[in-house]
Design a protein around this ligand. Structure first.
Ligand code: GLV
Length: 422
């Protein structure tokens, strides 16, 4: 690891006739830098710094450019892309930027408590890790690194069904509170087995993905003929002949989903899932009040407002825009969480002000993983936490309970109150 790396030419190596060397700008050791200390300027700089053309990483979004440089195009595109026109992909971010703050002042913010409880589990902050598939494509340590980073930060990691590490392998990385994201396969025996394994491996909840009867049309994956690289497997399905993906004239994942995932999935299956597990079930993929009410009636333990990182149906609203109607419909009967476009501590605050009990982050984790493995994921969680704490301080909030709807303005408030021009 290079830390506080400064590069300056060793004076003894300079020929005496040369004028005094112009001091080189210090090369700060960015937290992503994994190159060893460079003894002289003639050697190459850290490959990541060079590739990303960046110095110190100061926000989570910066990891994306580094990941783009480091990863093969097919893999980067898989993580980065959204469905079709990618309108929702952009909107997931832009909708956050249309929400403004109404901070309160002259409040003692010398102590700030960001801790919270999710399904009875205490965590250090309301920022958790969303399920992102196939993380060993980003980094050889893949889901192990993510699990360790989440655990070190005192927060929850959600493991994807389509992970490249199994539930048992992730559990073996050490203690931590973990949820398991579930896709329901046509073969329900496979699902039952997998849920049992997740229970045995100590996973604490199931996040049931409900927005994927078919895979969204991700055009980059189609052009790239995306397929899981042959040196990896979907580890949870290894030995079941479901762990690999065949090349097709399309996205290999879209063909896999078409072949294996149960399109008949309906609300009665939430009941079925409850009949095979005692783990609490979070319904992931709700974006309307109608479905929020059905989720409450189905006995779900919580809702995740999600549009699958804008990878399924394009032109659905940003999750932050859908959040309030879902929260209102859930009426406090079950907690509502959000994922989609969360990149800043200010985004976390906005989601909580609109009634979310916590948020999940996805892409920043895989991009940081690609850039520098576990250290990157730790850094993402640290930056998000620090930014969120600062937002709380600057808004006059010392605990999550202090964050209220009146700390923000949204577009829907335009008619209720004077709204600043954007
Ligand atoms: C994985 O869940 C994906 O949507 O690609």
């Amino acid at each position: 690891m290079c830390t506080s790396l400064k590069i300056s030419p060793p004076l003894s190596s300079l020929p005496p006739i040369l004028p005094a060397p112009t001091p080189l700008p210090p090369v700060l050791a960015p937290s992503h830098c994994t190159a060893s200390l460079l003894p002289s300027v003639s050697q190459e700089r850290c490959r990541v710094c060079k590739a990303g053309q960046m110095g110190e990483i100061t926000n989570v979004t910066e990891y994306q450019a580094i990941a783009k440089q480091k990863l093969p195009k097919m893999i980067y595109d898989y993580y980065a892309s959204g469905a079709e026109d990618e309108w929702t992909l952009k909107e997931n971010r832009e909708a956050f930027s249309r929400i403004l703050f109404r901070p309160r002042i002259l409040i003692d913010v010398s102590r700030i408590d960001m801790t919270t409880t999710v399904l009875g589990f205490k965590i250090s902050m309301p920022i958790m890790i969303a399920p992102s598939a196939m993380q060993k494509m980003a980094h050889p340590e893949g889901e192990y690194a993510t699990a360790r980073a989440a655990s070190a930060a005192g927060t929850i990691m959600t493991l994807s069904s389509w992970a490249t590490s199994s539930v048992e392998e992730v559990a073996s990385t050490g203690p931590g509170i973990r949820f398991f994201q579930l896709y329901v396969y046509k073969d329900r025996k496979v699902v039952e087995q997998l849920v049992r394994r997740a229970e045995r491996a100590g996973f604490k909840a199931i996040a049931l993905t409900v927005d994927t009867p078919r895979l969204g049309r991700r055009e980059a994956d189609i052009k790239n003929r995306f397929v899981l690289p042959p040196y990896l497997t979907l580890k949870n399905f290894e030995g079941l002949e479901l762990g690999t993906m065949d090349k097709s004239n399309d996205s290999g994942l879209a063909s896999y989903v078409a072949g294996q995932i149960d399109r008949t999935l309906s609300w009665k299956d939430v009941k079925w899932l409850q009949s095979i597990t005692s783990l609490p079930i979070l319904v992931k993929g709700v974006i309307t009040a109608e479905d929020a009410r059905l989720a409450v009636h189905s006995g779900a333990a919580g809702i995740i407002v999600s549009n699958h990182g804008a990878r399924q149906l394009d032109y659905v609203p940003a999750t932050i825009s859908a959040l309030e109607e879902v929260v209102t419909a859930a009426a406090g009967r079950i907690p509502v969480y959000l994922d989609g476009g969360v990149r800043r501590g200010t985004d976390v605050f906005k989601a909580l002000a609109l009634g979310a009990a916590g948020v999940f982050i996805g892409r920043p984790v895989v991009f940081a993983l690609a850039a520098e493995g576990e250290a990157g994921v730790r850094n993402v969680l640290r930056m998000m936490r620090d930014e969120f704490e600062l937002t709380m301080a600057l808004s006059g909030c010392t605990s999550l309970a202090d964050i209220t709807r009146s700390h923000i303005y949204t577009e829907s408030d335009r008619f209720a109150r004077p709204f600043p021009r954007l």
